[in-house]
Design a protein around this ligand. Structure first.
Ligand SMILES: N[C@@H](CCC(=O)N[C@@H](CS)C(=O)NCC(=O)O)C(=O)O
Length: 345
């Protein structure tokens, strides 16, 4: 009896020890790929409401360019874009929340800047959307360029690069302005729509997104010039190279697929292709997928479920969408833009 009780106690102690070690291991294991695979889903930090980029009516079904990019990462890992879980994050908290591991990846109209990489120990693997800050204003104000905005009341959101760039722009051009700053995007838009400021500044892509929800979208114009560089990119934590490589090459696989004419519709034919570049993309030659810690067909999974870069663009923000943002700088490098993915070889 006594030995039976002793054995039970030892068994219990071992079980407690194993549980404690597992909890400590889970806490200190900072390798995102391992954690993601164990959890069975990718936690994506997104904007809580930006038509075309990231929005949801019910906090369950999400749509948009940034949302689709995160789905592409989930597709590469799990062969299932549904394994992406979306967590809305505010502009001001997003980097801290990524740093504290609330999410695995930030895919949220975030500008890649040196200060953000250094201050938060983060890394922006590749540019998903080349943008710049600009101004929206009522057509009735009859302005042609940003240089006509001297003396304006400018609505901006706190915690964004926009507020910093507006300050630089007016100072550099010796112009005056009144900054009307709010923490929440809803407040910025409401203030602008009710005429509390003369103009609203944000990344141009975001101005397109915000315009469609104004009371009278047709009454507002977006000035043609951009006052800053806003390379919008997914964000990951530093010193987590396996994960960074997956995020980076997910985007580059999508861009290379567009360049090679591989789409969600012709992906099965692409698997039979004898073109070396296509073969390396779809994994019928080489072992890049395995080297990434994934499978041979990692890029096929992305393209089949989410599409190539052009498909993702057109569906969410391009001509086929409500936003109708011209491809502009986000056209491929060989079609007049700057989207340029390193070769997969
Ligand atoms: N790209 C800029 C701006 C990004 C940004 O957060 N823009 C605002 C204005 S459109 C936004 O998305 N706000 C939504 C929110 O905070 O929920 C940045 O990274 O700072």
């Amino acid at each position: 009896m006594r030995t039976f009780r002793g054995g039970l106690l030892i068994g219990l102690a071992v079980a407690v020890l194993v549980a404690v070690v597992a909890i400590i291991y889970e806490f200190y294991d900072t390798r995102t790929l391992k954690r993601t695979v164990r959890r069975g889903e990718v936690l994506c930090g997104v904007n809580k409401g930006l038509p075309g980029f990231s929005y949801s009516e019910d906090n369950k079904t999400w749509n948009g360019f940034d949302v689709d990019f995160c789905r592409a990462v989930a597709a590469a890992i799990f062969n299932d874009p549904g394994k992406a879980k979306f967590i809305p994050l505010d502009a001001s908290e997003r980097f801290k929340e990524l740093q504290s591991r609330k999410v695995d990846i930030l895919s949220r109209n975030s500008t890649w800047s040196m200060a953000r990489e250094l201050d938060y120990d983060l890394y922006f693997p590749a540019v998903a959307y080349y943008d710049g800050a600009g101004f929206m204003l009522p057509r009735s104000r009859n302005k042609e360029t940003s240089l006509d905005l001297d003396g304006s009341k400018v609505c901006v959101q706190a915690g964004t690069t926009t507020a910093l760039n507006v300050a630089d722009y007016f100072r550099a051009n010796n112009m005056k302005y009144d900054e009307v700053k709010f923490d929440k995007l809803d407040e910025v838009v409401k203030a602008y729509d009710s005429g509390k400021c003369d103009t609203l500044s944000a990344d141009v892509s975001q101005l397109y997104a915000l315009r469609i929800n104004l009371a009278k979208p047709g009454d507002h114009m977006i000035l043609p010039d951009m006052i800053s560089k806003e390379p919008l990119a997914p964000v990951v934590r530093q010193r987590d190279d396996d994960w960074m490589m997956i995020v980076k090459w997910t985007l580059y696989a999508m861009i290379n697929a567009e360049e090679l004419g591989v789409t969600s519709e012709n992906i099965d034919e692409a698997l039979k292709s004898k073109k070396p570049e296509v073969m390396r993309l779809v994994g019928t030659e080489g072992n890049y997928g395995e080297q990434l810690g994934l499978t041979k067909d990692w890029a096929v999974r992305i393209i089949r479920h989410v599409g190539n870069y052009g498909e993702m663009y057109e569906r969410n923000i391009g001509e086929k969408s409500k936003l109708k943002i011209p491809r502009g700088m986000n056209q491929l490098w060989n079609a007049g833009g700057v989207q340029y993915a390193p070769p997969m070889r």
